[in-house]
Ligand binder design. Structure first.
Ligand code: NDP
Length: 240
């Protein structure tokens, strides 16, 4: 059995592509998801990858979920914090609940999963954590103060935790995707999406597989000298 990787929000979109790519790389992969049982069932049928349901924003549920995975599959060597949601709106219209929910799931989920899995990785002397941030956490985005703040927080969280893991063989990195063709982007109104695509230098949306290839490298042995970094995969939309 290969090293064990868990991908949060792994049953569809970018997460699913990451699961399949890591499986091809030889990892024993487990997916987590939030609530869409139908998608999760289809995913497991099609890929053979088990899917475990829990809310990554719920600290206790994360600890219990990772313990279940450890007892049923084995100790977790790789965590990909991919689960994420949007609750968009201008500050004026955004409720405190919309702010809180995005912070709780998108940023809190990274903390919860790290609390559950990072100590074991350190003890065993090897680990990989990859956090999926966003171009909108780097550059900001109108109507997304909650999402941009949570994703920006992920980039800081990554750099801080990388320093705690480095000596113990645990790398911690982030990927900041640009606009990728998934359900999340399908929710963006067509005229808005057209304007977004017009601003992407390569002239198209990204593909989930293109994010998964980046995760694959960061989780590989060859990626062992890369830690605390943010890999931007965005078609040239944001460069710095
Ligand atoms: P999708 O909306 O297609 O999928 C989201 C996944 O996250 C689903 O599997 C969903 O589970 C899961 N999820 C949502 N909430 C929770 C929760 N509370 N606990 C556990 N799992 C949860 O998203 P994408 O594939 O588009 O995005 C994946 C990641 O990439 C996100 O973090 C997103 O912010 C980021 N990203 C995406 C971009 C894009 O253009 N698509 C651009 C930049 C970043 P379920 O199916 O059960 O609902």
């Amino acid at each position: 059995m290969g090293r064990i990787a868990i991908v949060t929000g792994g049953t569809r979109g970018i997460g699913r592509a990451i699961c399949e790519t890591l499986q091809n790389d030889g990892f024993t992969v487990v997916a987590n998801y939030g609530g869409n049982d139908e998608k999760a069932r289809a995913f497991t049928q099609e890929t053979g990858i088990p899917a475990y349901k829990w809310d990554v924003g719920d600290h206790e549920a994360c600890i219990a979920g990772c313990e279940k995975v450890a007892s049923e599959v084995g100790p977790v060597d790789v965590v990909v914090n991919n689960a994420g949601i949007t609750r968009d709106g201008t500050l004026q219209k955004m409720s405190f609940d919309d702010w809180n929910e995005v912070m709780r799931i998108n940023l809190g989920g990274c903390f919860n999963m790290a609390k559950a899995c990072f100590p074991g990785m350190r003890e065993r002397g090897w680990g990989r954590i990859v956090n999926i941030g966003s171009i909108n956490g780097q550059a900001g985005q109108y109507g997304q103060v909650n999402y941009a703040a949570a994703k920006s927080g992920i980039h800081g969280f990554t750099k801080a935790l990388a320093q705690e893991g480095a000596r113990a063989g645990v790398t911690v990195n982030a990927i900041a995707p640009g606009y990728i063709d998934t359900d999340m982007v399908a929710a963006v109104p067509e005229p808005v999406l057209e304007k977004i695509v017009a601003k992407i230098p390569v002239g198209r949306l990204g593909k989930a597989d293109e994010i998964a290839r980046g995760v694959s490298f960061l989780c590989s042995e060859d990626g062992g000298f890369v830690t605390g970094s943010t890999m931007s995969i965005n078609g040239g939309q944001h460069m710095y």
